[in-house]
Design a protein around this ligand. Sequence first.
Ligand SMILES: [Zn+2]
Ligand SMILES: [Zn+2]
Length: 388
Amino acid sequence: MSTVKEQIDQAVDRLGDDLERLSHRIHEHPELAYQEVQAAGWLTEFLAGQGFTVERGVGEVATAFRATIESGNGPTIAIMCEYDALPVIGHACGHNAIATAGAGAGAALAAVRAQLPAGRVVVIGTPAEEGGGGKVRLIKAGVFAGVDAAMMCHGWDRWILHQDLLGIVRVGFEFRGTAAHASADPWEGVNALDAVIQTFNNVSMLRQQIRPDARIHGIVTHGGAAPNIIPEMAACTFYVRAAKLDYMWELHKRVLACAEGAAKATGCTVTVIDKEAPYEPLKRNDTLLGLFRANMTSVGAQESPAPDRLGSSDIGNVSQVIPAIQPMVQIAPAGTPIHSRAFEAAAVSPLARQGMCQAAKTMAMTTLDLLADPGLLKRARAEFEGVK
Ligand SMILES: [Zn+2]
Ligand SMILES: [Zn+2]
């Protein structure tokens, strides 16, 4: 009689061909944010076939889903799937492999259902990670309410247990002045482009006094119509990123002050435009990461140190409301940059299949650990609350 973890391992191996086919199918039909109709359809069809109760369009997001299996009254553990693609370069973020790793983890748990400790496993389909903040909408709609802990994996060029993610807030500034002939009557004009340029100068000065892991970067989106017209309207967009939520909002305030100061100096008015929903920093949870590490080692994956480079994702928002983790899984040869054509090709390689299956096993085993010992969830929660 094998242990439940051995049975999970075998279940994923048994389903390997199906999962790989599903992964390739999603990869061949890349769909952009909130348009992942086929991917969501195939994933829910697969999960329903494994015995999950499937709800489509949860949180009033048409391409989101929740698939549930219950084994009595107990905690709820969520496994998340992402399946949106990038414009032009398709699945260059490897979300096809993430989606099938999550679905595979769910399927493995369904396979050992009779032996699962009391509780609930939910596989949550979260659209629009690359832009649009699908998880932010699902959090607001209450889809994560009642979930005790959540996990997902992301494809990468190596295995990394935890990679910090910066929070990001995106803000636009629209300056308005007065048009005039730039040579005949320049004194009649109020130059909105000057306000944009001054905003960049102010931000440049601010940038040298900020923490090294924070980032502020912007572009000019409107700079005037012709050189012989004093621009009456000019606009720019900035991304403000930081590793801590408080600091992100503090920097956001200071960037607003840069734009307001520029408006004042040039005599323009400024309108602040909030762009997409902010992505929050990833809050680390060592209790969950420790379980994940032990399981990933047991399925033959080897952890690498986290490289010194930082991005952002809406998994950060989930980690700010419940204990959540996002380990990185190797699906591409070491050194392959993400969001590249090479990564897109690697996302359907045998290496991607191996990483996807190891990730599915590890997430299923970690979910099993959490259902089996309520003390672990308590510890994860205490760590989340800041109580050591
Ligand atoms: Zn990406
Ligand atoms: Zn991604």
